[in-house]
Design a protein around this ligand. Structure first.
Ligand code: SAH
Ligand code: SF4
Length: 363
């Protein structure tokens, strides 16, 4: 079977500094006749120094290399413009407009000493989940590695956060798009963010959230170094799940769960199961029991996300508080680890499944 989202991705020019894995940048500089040490300095200047212009590296990089860089051989930033909307709950929504065109959104969420940066991997999404505003919009294009990395850098810069060693920052691919559809780009981002000359995030600080692309989850599982896995479940029977998430027609629940059982986990690692909970659609006691049974098949943590209502999903609203609490308690009673995740940034449309509103409104 070939799906629309299996189309190969075309390479695009120019390549920005943030598009390069460290080794690629070192090879490029060497091909121009400059030593590898210069790539170490340039890479850490981009990620830790937060430079906005190569001229800041006068005296740090050789003249000839600086001349090439300032002449545009490797432009610094694929983002043309950033809109920032602080929310009352402490989170901040960002809209990133790219030089290539298009815009995506990211959300900056401080939780005590840890900050979670939720970033987008695509413009739109091909998966078509009926509860999701991005899904209703359809697929426009993949983001390049640099367009993803730059979301992280801009959010850190705007928050006044330093970009050095020791920061407690998590990056989750939970904004617009299906990250495992854009797997090559996402893996490049993972290498860049975790590189010792870059932001030095640890393996556990980066997570991808997928709607359940089984073949790509298997590929991820086979990798020596990889981000953490989050899977969006949204329903507990094939009939209900296929109605909400068309991907279920390609990989039904049992295929997905078997793949998750086989997924090689690190010590103390769990697979996060996200469950968007929608009144009257997937919030019954039986749903809670079936979800708990799924969660028991491998080390997991269930995240209940109350549905964020929006115009593109008519009739879908969050359950009453009492129903939500009962669903949650049933999960716990059946032995599941679970949390209720109150979406952040609702007042600025930065919450799950709403990450498209502003873009549509500004078109
Ligand atoms: N495409 C990936 C990651 C982005 S979606 C995925 O689906 O996992 C991020 C999360 O938001 C998913 O868990 C999805 O189920 C949830 N979500 C989407 N629309 C939502 C809405 N309207 N209300 C609450 N959660 C929603
Ligand atoms: Fe895409 Fe995730 Fe939205 Fe589904 S929930 S349409 S996979 S972004």
């Amino acid at each position: 079977m070939t799906f629309a989202w299996e189309q190969p991705t075309a390479a695009v020019a120019p390549r920005y500094a943030v598009d390069y894995r460290f080794e690629e940048m070192a090879a490029l500089f060497q091909s121009w006749g400059f030593k590898r040490g210069n790539a170490e300095r340039a890479f850490s200047a981009v990620y830790r120094g937060g430079i906005n212009d190569y001229r800041e590296l006068e005296g740090i990089l050789p003249r000839g290399l600086l001349d090439r860089l300032t002449a545009g051989a490797m432009p610094l930033d694929p983002v043309a413009r950033v809109e920032v909307s602080p929310s009352e709950d402490g989170s901040t929504k960002f809209v990133f407009h790219f030089h290539r065109g298009d815009a995506v959104e990211g959300v900056f969420m401080p939780f005590g000493k840890r900050t979670t940066l939720c970033i987008s991997s695509q413009v739109g999404c091909a998966m078509g989940c009926t509860f999701c505003a991005t899904g209703v919009m359809g697929f426009r294009r993949h983001l390049s590695a640099g367009e993803m990395v730059s979301q992280v850098l801009h959010m850190l810069k705007a928050s006044g956060g330093t970009t050095g060693r020791g920061d407690r920052v998590n990056v989750v691919f939970m904004g617009m798009g299906e990250p495992l559809h854009n797997l090559d780009g996402v893996l490049a981002v993972y290498d860049i963010l975790t590189h010792r000359h870059g932001l030095v995030l640890s393996e556990r600080d980066v997570a991808v959230s997928t709607s359940g692309l089984v073949s790509r989850i298997q590929k991820l599982g086979g990798m020596e170094r990889r981000p953490q896995l989050m899977v969006s479940i949204a329903a507990t029977t094939d009939e209900a799940r296929s109605a909400l998430m068309p991907v279920n027609r390609a990989w039904p629940l049992e295929d997905l769960l078997k793949c998750l059982e086989a997924f090689p986990l690190r010590k103390r690692e769990r697979i996060m199961l996200s469950y968007v909970i929608i009144a009257g659609k997937n919030d019954s006691d039986e749903d809670a029991e079936r979800l708990a049974a799924m969660a028991a098949r491998f080390p997991s943590l269930v995240n209940l996300i109350p549905m964020n209502a929006h115009d593109d999903a008519p009739g879908m609203i969050e359950p009453a508080e009492e129903r939500l609490q009962r669903f949650y308690r049933t999960l716990l009673d059946k032995g599941a680890f679970a949390t209720i995740r109150r979406s952040r940034g609702r007042d600025v449309a930065g919450a799950c499944g709403q990450l498209v509103k502003l873009q549509v409104a500004s078109q």
